[in-house]
Design a protein around this ligand. Structure first.
Ligand SMILES: [Zn+2]
Ligand SMILES: [Zn+2]
Length: 364
């Protein structure tokens, strides 16, 4: 028995063939209304509103975009479904010795039905002389009977018959109760699928690759606008607090700067320890005070002078860490280099500037 899983190309062709058919039909409708496919370049239909002409074009392009977007997933799904069918027919063995009710000939397995709610697989057997009906069997050999169809008008029982006229199969359902008749005709001409032309594939399938639907594009624009707004807000804050003007000295520059400051105040041997490179850089320092200042005075002077000196930079003294013992002082400085940190520094500088200008005005 033939396998269900086919070559990869088969699934791609199936999908593309269907896409081409759908889009060609839509295109036909649009053209029939006298609307150009490309509203931007081709003359419009003067009898229809612009909105209407736009809507049809959008509908067409949306369909193309969606078909292109869903292609990969749909093809994977089809392949998986067929692979699953192959696993089922490998797992379940068809019943043997099935005979035709009419001529008692041994029937041949002609296909499967997959009805998961009834049985993972059902086997369809055919009489070699084509006597009807076919037999549908469960894997254990029991026969499966399709539910009886009922009259759509009165729910009465139906008498069904079929007749083949050359390549057309005519099926007739007649209601025993009300006489309602339904006739269905099926074209049995073997349809050989024509190969897909390069032009069609290019225009209807590849042409929509990576394109977005109208709604998706609108969403993109909205998101972009939102991003711009956030960016603008950030820029405004940066400007308001002069973030770009905050001094950003490196570790050796800060060390030099503080060494000089400390020496001017009579301290000696200022030096940095190894920096702690966490989310914020924190560095321990040590310095010695050989003067006769008291511990309190020494600590106070150090805190005040270092804090003032670092104020215009993105470095801050961690005041709580400063400790004095027998002329030997340790403490830590911290760097606020991230956006949040810079904003905090910017705000501090701005608030002091405000206060300064207030004091200046009052002093004038
Ligand atoms: Zn038979
Ligand atoms: Zn009826």
């Amino acid at each position: 028995m033939k396998k269900y899983r086919k070559e990869d190309q088969y699934y791609e062709d199936q999908y593309d063939r269907s896409t081409i058919k759908i889009l060609k039909e839509m295109e036909g409708e649009i053209k029939a209304k006298g609307i150009p496919l490309n509203i931007a370049t081709d003359p419009l239909n003067p009898n229809l509103s612009l909105a209407e002409q736009h809507a049809l074009g959008i509908h067409y392009r949306d369909k193309g975009a969606l078909r292109a977007q869903n292609r990969k997933e749909a093809i994977i799904k089809w392949k998986q479904e067929d692979e699953y069918k192959d696993r089922l027919i490998e797992t379940y063995i068809p019943p043997k010795k099935v005979n035709c009710k009419t001529c008692n000939a041994r029937m041949e397995l002609s296909g499967h039905l997959f009805k998961p709610d009834i049985s993972p697989v059902l086997f369809v057997f055919q009489c070699p002389l084509e006597h009807k009906p076919n037999k549908v069997l469960f894997p254990d050999g029991d026969e499966y009977f399709f539910p009886k169809r009922k009259c759509e008008k009165c729910n009465g029982d139906l008498v069904s018959s079929s007749e083949r006229k050359e390549t057309v199969l005519i099926c007739k359902d007649e209601c025993k109760q009300c006489g309602h008749i339904v006739i269905d005709e099926y074209d049995l001409t073997p349809t050989e699928e024509k190969p897909i032309t390069i032009e069609d594939r290019k225009k209807y399938c590849e042409g929509f690759k990576n394109s977005k639907t109208f709604t998706q594009s609108l969403k993109d624009i909205a998101e972009l606008a939102e991003q711009l707004k956030v960016h603008q807000k950030e820029t405004e804050i940066k400007q308001e607090y002069n973030i770009d003007q905050i001094e950003k000295p490196t570790i050796p520059q800060v060390e030099q700067r503080l060494t000089k400051l400390m020496e001017e105040l009579g301290y000696i041997k200022f030096q940095f320890g190894k920096p702690d490179m966490g989310a914020h850089v924190i560095i321990e320092f040590s310095v010695q005070d050989p003067t006769n200042r008291s511990d309190r005075e020494s600590e106070k002077l150090l805190i005040k002078s270092i804090s003032e000196n670092l104020f215009p930079t993105f470095w801050r003294l961690m005041k709580q860490t400063v400790s004095y013992r027998l002329g030997y002082i340790t403490g830590k400085v911290k760097c606020y280099a991230d956006d949040g940190g810079l904003l905090k520094i910017g705000k501090e500088i701005k608030s002091v500037e405000k206060m300064d200008s207030k004091i200046n005005i009052e002093n004038q």
